[in-house]
Design a protein around this ligand. Structure first.
Ligand code: SF4
Length: 400
């Protein structure tokens, strides 16, 4: 008897994370048992299958509104025809992560820390994913020897004090593989901090088992940053997963991506951040959605995000307010008036932490309203260019 949204939660293995992984939804036929897909969604499933995998855990599928294709959970995971729309740029690696990888899947951008993409597997494939180029792609999965090569690189670089385990999702690893990895990293004297970037508490909270928490507690200091985007994701099951991590002594932060039509209004963002704080999760970053091919329909203007930040300040607890940032090849740039210089047509010009200029392609979506207006940047007519995330917009003159 195939599972559906009514019968599946009664299955004896519903809370078994491996069962959830094995029963992920990835065909139109299966999706029909969970929601009423629109003809456009069915067409998108067919047309995007060569471009980006899709997979939804039964747990997360239960959070989707079966009758509302614009629902905030559904839009994050069900393919959409807009993914095939001509984009402003065809960027697949906006942060130049490949160029910053001395060995496979190890990104060494900042001097004292690395992002170690230990797997390309995820429990679900978020349609706006920064690493669309690699998640689910067999070429980016790591063999043991390749993991060891990355560990050897970390061991040979004593300036690295902070290792972020990411992917993909590192908590798709089972305990035995995690133990292998953590024991080797902890054996390196200069590695002070190990962080996980995982969306498991959101898309598959049953992954946060007692066995996992006991393992993590043996390798402290361990931190986890997770990725809730909407208050609908703050379920009792998610809260129970967070409580387990906290009981194991793991501080938990949250990184939200600002997504048009999903969380790009102050009331939704306030509800999300206050709900996170109630779960003892610190809202850490609000990310401007990156320029990645096939994701333009998710992006807002930077002014829109700055307006949301203004609306939060003074209206909720200070520690419920994340830092709004854009990730660039020059590092994360806080999107406030100390760093953002202004707008030049379809670009927003900003300064990195070490004083370099970056011009982010960021056209204002038609009809968008916001309370923030950036000043027009004074652009002297010189031959020099500012780096930018998209070929379609270069060259730009230098900002004075
Ligand atoms: S969980 Fe993270 S890495 Fe995986 S698809 Fe979603 S955004 Fe990408």
């Amino acid at each position: 008897m195939p599972l559906d949204r009514h019968t599946a939660p009664n299955h004896p293995k519903w809370t078994d994370w491996r069962w959830q992984m094995q029963n992920r939804i990835h065909t139109a036929e299966a999706l029909h048992r969970w929601i009423n897909p629109t003809p456009e969604e069915l067409e998108a499933i067919e047309k995007t299958k060569e471009v980006f995998r899709w997979n939804i855990t039964p747990y997360y599928a239960r959070l989707m509104d079966p009758d509302d294709p614009s629902g905030p959970v559904r839009r994050q995971v069900v393919p959409h025809l807009d993914e095939l729309a001509p984009d402003i740029v065809g960027v697949v690696d906006p942060l130049e992560e490949v160029a910053h990888s001395p060995v496979k899947n190890l990104i060494h951008n900042y001097e004292d820390r690395v992002a170690f993409c230990v797997t390309a597997e995820c429990a679900i494939y978020c349609r706006y994913c920064l690493r669309k180029r690699m998640v689910g792609d067999a070429a980016f999965f790591m063999r043991k020897g390749e993991l060891q090569e990355a560990i050897d690189y970390i061991a040979a670089h004593d300036e690295i004090r902070d290792v972020l385990l990411t992917g993909g999702d590192p908590l798709t690893f089972n305990e035995s593989n995690l133990e292998w990895l953590l024991s080797r990293l902890r054996a390196i004297d200069h590695v002070e901090l190990i962080r996980f970037g995982s969306r498991m508490p959101v898309k598959l909270p049953y992954r946060i088992t007692d066995a996992l928490c006991n393992l993590l507690a043996r390798y402290h200091p361990i931190w986890v940053n997770t990725h809730f985007n909407h208050p609908k994701e703050l379920t009792d099951d998610a809260a129970a997963a967070i409580a387990k991590l906290k009981s194991a002594g793991v501080p938990v932060g949250n990184q939200t991506v600002l997504l048009r039509g999903i969380n790009d209004d102050a009331a939704t963002m306030k509800a999300l951040c206050e709900g996170l704080v109630r779960m003892r999760v610190r809202p850490y970053y609000l990310y401007q959605a990156q320029v990645i091919g096939g994701t333009a329909h998710f992006r807002t203007s930077i002014e829109k995000g700055m307006g949301i930040m203004r609306a939060l300040r003074g209206r909720t607890s200070g520690f419920a307010i994340p830092t709004y940032v854009l990730d660039t090849p020059f590092g994360k740039v806080p999107l406030n008036r100390s760093y953002v210089k202004g707008r030049c047509d379809d670009h927003v010009v900003m300064e990195s932490y070490d004083g370099r200029l970056w011009a982010e392609p960021n056209p204002r979506p038609p009809g968008e309203t916001t309370t923030v207006t950036l000043p027009a940047v004074d652009m002297p007519d010189t031959a020099a260019t500012i780096p930018t995330g998209g070929d379609a917009f270069v060259p730009l003159p230098t900002v004075a």
